[in-house]
Design a protein around this ligand. Structure first.
Ligand SMILES: [Zn+2]
Length: 127
């Protein structure tokens, strides 16, 4: 074995990181550790709703407050029912801006299931 073969590195060295590798690494560092949104998207669109850094906008905050109020007095079969009532309540506050309006249809298969209570509670927050 010659001396030159002895000095050859046994492991092939990894190629140095390219500019693209560096850009990806920087981008990954700038991503939210919870929802993985990029820093730019977080500024423009915000974090995902399940992220601790998520900040609801004013409209969402109001709708959540109305939903929480309704749930204090009425048991809904699903979150979708609660949200439908909450959106209907919000709609009553800008009726003048709408050309049509939906009716809130509240039905139940049996008596004394909370329809009147929903009407009473809804009247407290509807316009
Ligand atoms: Zn996030």
């Amino acid at each position: 074995m010659s001396n030159s073969q002895h000095n050859k590195p046994r492991l092939k060295l990894a190629a140095p990181p390219t500019e693209e590798d560096k850009r990806r690494a920087r981008e990954e560092l700038e991503r939210c550790p919870h929802c993985k949104v990029s820093a730019d998207d977080a500024i423009t669109h915000g974090h995902a709703p399940n992220c601790p850094s998520y900040v609801p906008d004013a409209a969402e905050t109001i709708l959540n407050d109305v939903a929480a109020f309704l749930e204090r007095f009425v048991v809904f079969q699903s979150p979708a029912q609660r949200d439908a009532v909450g959106l209907w309540v919000a709609h009553t506050h800008f009726l003048e801006s709408c050309s049509t309006t939906p009716r809130l249809s509240v039905r139940s298969p049996e008596k004394e299931s909370g329809k009147t209570r929903l009407a009473v509670v809804t009247r407290q927050v509807a316009d």
